[in-house]
Design a protein around this ligand. Structure first.
Ligand SMILES: [Zn+2]
Length: 236
C-alpha cells in the first residue's frame, strides 16, 4: 500500500461525484471515481453473485459486475486484473481483483482509479452509489498496518484543517473576537490557545484512533484555534 503519505493528497477519496458533468464527459458521470493507485485490492462491498466479467471494454476496460441481494448491481471498472468468474458466488469482502487504468480513463497519475457504479435491477438505471464509498475505501485499507492506519488518520485530520469550509468559521469568529472587548480579547489570546491546542491534539488523537467525531466539533475547534492564531497574527 504505497499510496498513504503524510501531507499530500494521495489519501483515498472520491475524485468525481455521481452525476458530475466535467468537460471531458459526453454524459453525466454514471458512478463515482476513487483515486486508488494501480494494484489496489478491490473487495465486494456486499454478498452477491458475479453477473458479468468484461475485458478490454472501450469505456470501462476490465470490469466486474456483482449482483447484490437487494437487486442492485455494483460495477467495478478500469481494473488491472480480475480474480473472479461469471456466476461465482461472492461474499462481502471477497477479492474481486486489482484496480488499474484499463479502458477510457483521464486524470492524474496515469488515470489510475476505480470507477464504481450501481445499477437498479428493476429500472436498469444508474443510481447514486456514494453511500458505498466509505466501505470501498475502508475495506481496501483493512490490511494496513497500524502505522499506515495512523498515517491515513493523520491525513484525514490534516484535510479537515485545510478544507476551505473551515474558512467560513475561522474568519467570522476571528473578526468577532477582534471587535469584542479588551477583556474578551485578553482572555482569548492568553488562555484559549492552550485550551484549544489541547482539544485539537486530543481530537487528532481520537481521529487517528478511528473514533468518529461530529464534523462540526472538529470544524469549530479548528475554527477557534484558527481565529486565535489569526488574531495573534493581526495584532503582532
Ligand atoms: Zn468514473
Amino acid at each position: 500500500m504505497e499510496a498513504v503519505t503524510v501531507g499530500n493528497t494521495m489519501k483515498f477519496k472520491i475524485t468525481s461525484e455521481f452525476g458530475a458533468k466535467e468537460s471531458f464527459r459526453n454524459n453525466p458521470h454514471t458512478g463515482i471515481d476513487i483515486n486508488f493507485p494501480n494494484g489496489t485490492e478491490l473487495q465486494s462491498i456486499a454478498d452477491g453473485v458475479v453477473e458479468n466479467v468484461v475485458y478490454n471494454h472501450d469505456s470501462i476496460g476490465n470490469a466486474v459486475f456483482v449482483k447484490f441481494s437487494d437487486d442492485t448491481t455494483g460495477i467495478y471498472a478500469h481494473m488491472s486484473s480480475i480474480s473472479v468468474e461469471k456466476g461465482q458466488l461472492i461474499q462481502k469482502g471477497d477479492l474481486l481483483g486489482l484496480s488499474g487504468n484499463t479502458g477510457n480513463v483521464v486524470g492524474q497519475n496515469g488515470g489510475y482509479h476505480l470507477h464504481f457504479a450501481l445499477k437498479d435491477g428493476s429500472t436498469g438505471e444508474y443510481i447514486n452509489p456514494t453511500h458505498y464509498a466509505d466501505d470501498l475505501i475502508s475495506m481496501t485499507n483493512k490490511d494496513m498496518g497500524i502505522g499506515e492506519k495512523l498515517l491515513q488518520g493523520y491525513n484525514d485530520f490534516a484535510d479537515k484543517v485545510i478544507e476551505s469550509e473551515v474558512n467560513f468559521i475561522l474568519k467570522p469568529i476571528g473578526e468577532a473576537i477582534a471587535n469584542g472587548t479588551n477583556e474578551l480579547l485578553t482572555m482569548f489570546t492568553l488562555y484559549l490557545p492552550d485550551m484549544f491546542m489541547i482539544v485539537t491534539v486530543l481530537t487528532g488523537l481520537l481521529i487517528c484512533l478511528g473514533i468518529k467525531l461530529p464534523k462540526t466539533l472538529t470544524f469549530y475547534t479548528f475554527g477557534l484555534v484558527g481565529a486565535v492564531a489569526w488574531l495573534a497574527n493581526a495584532n503582532s
